[in-house]
Design a protein around this ligand. Structure first.
Ligand SMILES: Nc1ncnc2c1ncn2[C@@H]1O[C@H](COP(=O)(O)OP(=O)(O)OP(=O)(O)O)[C@@H](O)[C@H]1O
Ligand code: SF4
Ligand SMILES: [Mg+2]
Length: 387
């Protein structure tokens, strides 16, 4: 794009104020277009009602592109991501900080920060149980009906998601009431207490009356899970659900999630930078690097036969089970600048296994088995066919 120049300090980039203003103006023009389309009073149902490619899936990300139009240029946070979440399965999404895990899940919830963040291409098909919608084209008002109902989210820091001035019980009651408007007050209260019991809270009647600050971090996360599950979601999105917790509590929360998933037959999209968590929980693993998927497969395939050099690096830097780490990654080098991605393999600068072919265009996705996919030149000639 030519907006980045190397300064005298190695690796530092700058743009002039004038250039930045020009970019802002252009950004506004682009994002206004997207917003105008989104803010139409009436969006015909035909625009967003669709079909799944495979009826066994609850979600299908199909070539998703989510960009941020920032003052220094376009950040291609999610740059052509495709994967499925089958019914009743846990899909683990792993990759180092900034690779686009959260933006992928926020795209699915229509919670990408607007107007600068926009889904510019691709589809996200979601089977609500009644119909299939393309979330990228759906009106916000319709999406609101799915959030916290068919789709629920569990975040890293439960304190920021719970309202400090209201009692726990009231907050769960509210979620239940919203989704079961015909239920009477007493039945709602009973269900809230039942949900608290379900997530392993022994003194559920007592906790029902408490305020968030009276609970420990682990207890608050249990409450968040109870709220998330109060309305039988088709899909639970858990973004680093245990990162803020200590190891024993972490294990308990994962047990609860696993147990509830089996009981309710929901699917889970589990986002984490911790491969230990993925190994314990996931049926399918998606490995992201710099906004793209570099490898995906069943957990068995990824753990017994990690094939992409980045995945191999992740495995080598995997901490011992039960050891808490803030950052998983220790492969030398840096992720490329997200505003100025190279036109060859994004991992090349850090790859210790590169071959001469790697100077070519970004590698196409190759199929190693019916469920195992990879984007890497090492596999082009000997292990599969270009897709
Ligand atoms: N609101 C925003 N405005 C501009 N850029 C953003 C915004 N939100 C995210 N990004 C950029 O998008 C990229 C992907 O971010 P994302 O939050 O998805 O990473 P992540 O994989 O979830 O990382 P982490 O493990 O740290 O949570 C990053 O380069 C980030 O800086
Ligand atoms: S394509 Fe080449 S540089 Fe990229 S990960 Fe594979 S071997 Fe490494
Ligand atoms: Mg994140």
């Amino acid at each position: 794009m030519g907006i980045f120049k190397k300064s005298s300090t190695e690796g530092a980039n700058y743009i002039t104020a004038r250039e930045s203003r020009k970019i802002s103006k252009e950004n506004r023009r682009i994002t206004d277009e997207y917003e105008k389309k989104k803010n139409r009073k009436i969006i015909p149902r035909e625009e967003y009602i669709t079909q799944m490619k495979n009826s066994e899936n609850v979600v299908e990300f199909d070539n998703l592109h989510t960009y941020f139009f920032s003052d220094v240029g376009v950040v291609k946070s999610v740059n052509g991501v495709s994967f499925d979440i089958p019914k009743g399965k846990t899909v683990g999404v792993v990759g180092e900080s900034g690779c686009g895990k959260s933006v992928t899940s926020l795209s699915l919830m229509q919670l990408v920060q607007r107007p600068q963040g926009q889904i510019v291409a691709g589809a996200i098909r979601f089977n609500t149980g009644k119909e299939v919608v393309d979330v990228t084209k759906m009106p916000t008002s319709e999406m609101q009906k799915l959030r916290g109902n068919k789709l629920s989210m569990i975040f890293q820091e439960p304190m920021t998601s719970l309202n400090p001035v209201f009692r726990i019980g009231l907050q769960i009651d509210e979620v239940i009431q919203l989704h079961y408007p015909d239920m009477n007050k007493e039945d709602i209260r009973k269900r809230s207490i039942e949900m608290l019991k379900l997530v392993g809270i022994a003194n559920s009647e007592g906790v029902y009356k408490m305020y968030p600050h009276e609970l420990s971090g682990g207890m608050r996360q249990r409450v968040m899970i109870a709220m998330g599950l109060a309305c039988d979601p088709e899909l639970i999105i858990a973004d680093e659900p245990t990162t803020a917790l200590d190891v024993t509590i972490q294990a308990q929360i994962l047990d609860i999630l696993r147990d509830l998933k089996n009981r309710m037959n929901s699917s889970i999209m589990l986002i984490t930078h911790d491969l230990g968590v993925i190994a314990e929980m996931a049926d399918i693993v998606v490995v992201m690097y710099a906004g793209r998927i570099v490898e995906k497969g069943t957990a068995e395939e990824i753990f017994s036969n990690p094939s992409h050099p980045y995945t191999i690096g992740l495995m080598n830097s995997k901490p011992a089970v039960g050891k808490k780490v803030d950052r998983l990654y220790s492969i030398p080098g840096k992720v490329p600048n997200p505003v100025n991605m190279p036109d060859y393999c994004y991992f090349k600068e850090r790859c210790e296994m590169s071959i001469s072919d790697c100077n070519g265009a970004y590698p196409e996705q190759i199929q190693l088995s019916p469920t195992h996919f990879i984007s890497c030149y090492r596999y082009v000639n000997d292990k599969g066919e270009n897709q």
